[in-house]
Design a protein around this ligand. Sequence first.
Ligand SMILES: *[C@@H]1O[C@H](CO)[C@@H](O)[C@H](O)[C@H]1NC(C)=O
Ligand SMILES: *[C@@H]1O[C@H](CO)[C@@H](O)[C@H](O)[C@H]1NC(C)=O
Ligand SMILES: *[C@@H]1O[C@H](CO)[C@@H](O)[C@H](O)[C@H]1NC(C)=O
Ligand SMILES: *[C@@H]1O[C@H](CO)[C@@H](O)[C@H](O)[C@H]1NC(C)=O
Ligand SMILES: *[C@@H]1O[C@H](CO)[C@@H](O)[C@H](O)[C@H]1NC(C)=O
Ligand SMILES: *[C@@H]1O[C@H](CO)[C@@H](O)[C@H](O)[C@H]1NC(C)=O
Ligand SMILES: *[C@@H]1O[C@H](CO)[C@@H](O)[C@H](O)[C@H]1NC(C)=O
Ligand SMILES: *[C@@H]1O[C@H](CO)[C@@H](O)[C@H](O)[C@H]1NC(C)=O
Ligand SMILES: *[C@@H]1O[C@H](CO)[C@@H](O)[C@H](O)[C@H]1NC(C)=O
Ligand SMILES: *[C@@H]1O[C@H](CO)[C@@H](O)[C@H](O)[C@H]1NC(C)=O
Length: 538
Amino acid sequence: MLSLSYLALTLWTQISFGEPLSLFEATCNNFATQVANSVADTTIFFADTVPTGTNLTFPDQDPSCASTTTSQVVLADMCRVALNVSTSAQSGITMEVWLPRNWTGRFLSTGNGGLGGCIQYVDLAYATALGFATVGSNNGHNGTSGASFYHNPEVLADFAYRSIHTNSVVGKEITKMFYGAPHNTAYYLGCSTGGRQGFKSMQDFPDDFDGILAGSPGINWNSLMSWEDYIYSVLGNASSPTFISNDQWLGLVHQNILKQCDFIDGVVDGIIEDPNLCDYKPEELICSPSSNTSDCLTAEQVRALRLVFSPLYNSNGKLMYPRQQPGSENANYIGEMYGGELIQFSADWFRYAVYNPSFDLSTLNVSDWTHAQELNPFNIETWNGNLSAFRSRGGKMLTYQGQADMIVSPINMELYYAHVERTMSLRPDELDDFLRFFRISGMSHCAEGPGAWEIGQTLPGASGELSEETLSPERNVLTALVKWVEEGVAPNTILGTKYVNDTEELGVQFSRRHCRYPLRNTYNGTGDSIDPDSWFCQ
Ligand SMILES: *[C@@H]1O[C@H](CO)[C@@H](O)[C@H](O)[C@H]1NC(C)=O
Ligand SMILES: *[C@@H]1O[C@H](CO)[C@@H](O)[C@H](O)[C@H]1NC(C)=O
Ligand SMILES: *[C@@H]1O[C@H](CO)[C@@H](O)[C@H](O)[C@H]1NC(C)=O
Ligand SMILES: *[C@@H]1O[C@H](CO)[C@@H](O)[C@H](O)[C@H]1NC(C)=O
Ligand SMILES: *[C@@H]1O[C@H](CO)[C@@H](O)[C@H](O)[C@H]1NC(C)=O
Ligand SMILES: *[C@@H]1O[C@H](CO)[C@@H](O)[C@H](O)[C@H]1NC(C)=O
Ligand SMILES: *[C@@H]1O[C@H](CO)[C@@H](O)[C@H](O)[C@H]1NC(C)=O
Ligand SMILES: *[C@@H]1O[C@H](CO)[C@@H](O)[C@H](O)[C@H]1NC(C)=O
Ligand SMILES: *[C@@H]1O[C@H](CO)[C@@H](O)[C@H](O)[C@H]1NC(C)=O
Ligand SMILES: *[C@@H]1O[C@H](CO)[C@@H](O)[C@H](O)[C@H]1NC(C)=O
């Protein structure tokens, strides 16, 4: 079904059960007892063989996880192991280990999203299809709510750092037990909160992974939570004079931003290649006596817009979080972010990790944001700029950030990059040895948007259909990372793909190479802009 020749060719070892399937099945069926007898602090729920093509459903998962996954088609024969691992007397994680029949000797841990609490089965399916022994967990609690953090520091510790480390330790042990040999190389894949978990591993558990693929990381976490509230406090709700409706955001503000800034990169295509160059001036939208009020905004609304596109400072005048990037307005997120209510994960953070469940969120102000920053439970900030340990053990970090992300400001990753440069006194070409950062133009939060956002970051981001083409390291960040770690050949650019209506069957609309920071993708001025060769990294 899958043509995985790139991965097959570069194997160090391939441990395969071969034919007949029954040997694999027998090993898997006995495995629950074996794990129960030898891995401490665990309860095994089951170990089942699952053939390629099985459509798994997850009746036991928390209902709120349905927003992440309701079912997942399995893309490789595997042994599926589910277990509980206790992390303290008051906490534990629910974990799955997917062990492919055709193992490449590689291990991979997946991450979570938002406030965690949901196993990302689609990522498990993706990596297992590529022959990784793959793990995922519920991050220490079930579901998307933060309620279990309240007066429960052990659960918060799992969320901040311990779950992802436990995945690595226990997952590797189980992998070795199943195949009778340890893994050769260990990887991590995640975005958003999953991105933060990847950075946490790099900073605090540098030995856990040889290669880390971490997108749109929610690092600078405490300030990110406050910034989400800042945006809400600036815009208010539907009865506030500062409120801007979804229709106004998409029909008026977004169009006005494109009018002012889309041409800067030399191509008017709905993509602002580098939004740092966009000095958006919303005053143009203020109604004049002769305007049609459906085509303009009040001075109060425009003042609020100015603030959304300005950085947030704490009560000591220090920068907390960079500005929102103009051009990031996206129909999928506008309701959550600008809809007149504090976005759920930030609301839950303040209720259950900072204050209490009955706290009146409408009163939050800069004093509370500074307080949250100082609280920094279990150093969830994830901002350590000293990556010496990860660098010296030969670790590689490939990070990407959509430039039209409205949930995590794209500038945040640039600030972290500068922080690492300063902390380690390294130039970008020296950082390139172990940390490469790709800015993905026109990509929203981890996926989607008007840009060439399909870069193999997830199964849907690899077109859903795995083939030699979609798995090529030129255009797939996961196989690019494997090549970097195992062959020492690092990616200089990532070729992104945009399908017509994001549907592979409708064909490629255009492709564009994304540059590694601090290089900027630049149009050559004459070529067809949908041809990647018409652009270069400057
Ligand atoms: C898998 O099962 C679910 C639930 O029964 C269903 O909604 C989904 O369409 C199925 N997926 C495929 C690819 O058959
Ligand atoms: C999470 O849900 C699983 C079932 O999917 C259950 O076994 C486990 O005990 C739950 N964990 C917590 C912390 O409630
Ligand atoms: C799994 O772990 C959770 C949290 O520690 C615990 O509440 C639950 O009882 C455990 N379930 C089993 C079946 O061990
Ligand atoms: C296992 O991989 C080999 C080549 O690496 C391939 O020929 C075979 O079809 C694969 N088997 C399965 C069950 O995927
Ligand atoms: C907006 O917020 C105010 C103050 O918190 C509240 O009184 C009002 O009901 C809210 N309006 C809407 C439409 O949510
Ligand atoms: C104002 O603009 C809207 C939409 O563009 C249009 O439907 C409406 O007729 C206009 N009103 C006036 C008074 O021109
Ligand atoms: C923030 O609000 C609290 C009350 O909720 C108030 O005591 C404090 O002075 C306010 N801080 C600022 C900077 O407005
Ligand atoms: C960075 O961390 C290493 C230990 O991993 C330590 O030896 C070194 O002194 C630190 N460097 C700085 C600049 O803090
Ligand atoms: C793409 O989607 C739009 C809006 O959903 C639709 O109008 C258009 O026909 C679609 N194009 C193709 C080629 O399917
Ligand atoms: C721009 O790129 C195109 C390839 O798409 C090439 O044919 C053309 O010569 C290039 N122009 C310049 C000025 O380099």
